[in-house]
Design a protein around this ligand. Structure first.
Ligand SMILES: [Zn+2]
Length: 209
């Protein structure tokens, strides 16, 4: 006797809608990635096509391109990669999720955005110092109450200190105590990530078409 099996019906397409607005870089629907955090401007969605991450409500392509310009992408400044292994590993603890961030870039998202003004990405290179620092801080973030405490103390970005005084003291002690072991983990992890094309930061060279 065959039992009747009820197969769940899964829609083949997840179309754009209020929950899945279009990606500012490529137009494909954005999907939920990380829930909202107090330090962030809303939940984070990501594009499964070009990899762009969006904190809160997405704007249009021109706005995302301006955000890329503010990072000095055209001058080759290193940019944290939303597609990097450190972002995947850290999720909400990823060091690239800084307070006030709106767009979280990948090389492909940048390529789509600069194409709006007839530019091409002539080369995209792994940016080792920034990428290793990002992996290191991402590992440290898993030990601390606050976010990006060590990089903030080193003047390499905005820290989000913990709310209570004793937590900030603990974070300072933890950051010092774990700094070297975390570096010993972060360096090989980031090297492996880069070898697989999943480095944590990239710098671009743009050319006009
Ligand atoms: Zn996209």
């Amino acid at each position: 006797m065959n039992e009747t099996q009820h197969t769940p019906v899964v829609p083949l397409e997840a179309g754009a809608g209020p929950e899945n607005p279009p990606c500012p870089a490529c137009g494909e629907p954005l999907f939920g990635w990380i829930d909202a955090r107090p330090r962030l401007n809303g939940p984070i969605r990501r594009c499964e096509s070009c990899g762009l991450g969006v904190v809160g409500e997405p704007g249009d392509g021109a706005e995302a391109l301006r955000a890329l310009d503010r990072l000095d992408a055209a001058a080759g400044a290193p940019i944290a990669s939303r597609g990097g292994f450190s972002a995947w590993l850290g999720r909400a603890g990823w060091s690239g999720l800084e307070r006030g961030a709106h767009y979280l870039f990948t090389v492909e998202a940048a390529r789509r955005l600069v194409a709006r003004r007839d530019q091409v990405v002539a080369s995209a290179r792994w940016a080792p110092p920034t990428a290793i620092a990002a992996m290191w801080q991402t590992v440290l973030n898993s030990f601390t109450f606050g976010h990006n405490v060590a990089l903030g103390a080193l003047g390499r970005g905005a820290a989000d200190p913990a709310g209570r005084g004793w937590q900030r003291w603990m974070d300072a002690l933890i950051s010092v105590a774990v700094a070297l072991p975390a570096l010993a983990v972060a360096v090989p992890l980031e090297l492996i990530a880069a070898a697989f094309g999943r480095g944590g930061a990239f710098s671009l060279r743009l050319e006009l078409l």
